[in-house]
Write a protein that binds this ligand. Structure first.
Ligand SMILES: [Cu+2]
Length: 129
């Protein structure tokens, strides 16, 4: 081994580190905190009131048009979901106070849904043309 070989290897490692650093999140972040991105506005927001049978979601039933987006806002102190019985949509688990990403409703129909954590929580979403 000579010093020239060592320098070459060192240079390659630097290049590899630089390339890898570009792809990872966080390492290139500025020191000051970036503002949390504002979630995209949804056409309709349904509030998760809490565990109360058919009154767990409000409004219920809710009606939207094809192509509109729906978000569920969890106003309860427990985690909940809004999960279509047929699996066509699912907010996944929403912590207390969290709002789901907007979900675009692409198919007309009546969609019963429930909380995947508390099956007694039920709602209905109607999607019209
Ligand atoms: Cu629940």
């Amino acid at each position: 081994m000579n010093s020239r070989m060592t320098l070459t290897i060192g240079g390659l490692l630097l290049v590899a580190a630089a390339l890898g650093g570009c792809g990872s999140n966080g390492s290139m972040s500025p020191a000051s905190p970036t503002p949390t991105p504002t979630p995209a506005a949804s056409d309709v927001v349904i509030t998760i009131v809490g565990m109360n049978g058919g009154l767990s979601y409000s409004p219920n039933p809710a009606t939207v048009k094809v192509g509109q987006t729906v978000a569920w806002k969890n106003a309860d102190s427990l985690a909940h979901t809004a999960t279509a019985d047929a699996g066509t949509f699912n907010t996944s688990t929403l912590a207390a106070g969290a709002t789901s990403s907007p979900i675009t409703m692409t198919t007309a129909g009546t969609f019963p849904y429930h909380c995947a954590i508390h099956s007694a929580m039920t709602g209905t979403l109607t999607v019209t043309q």
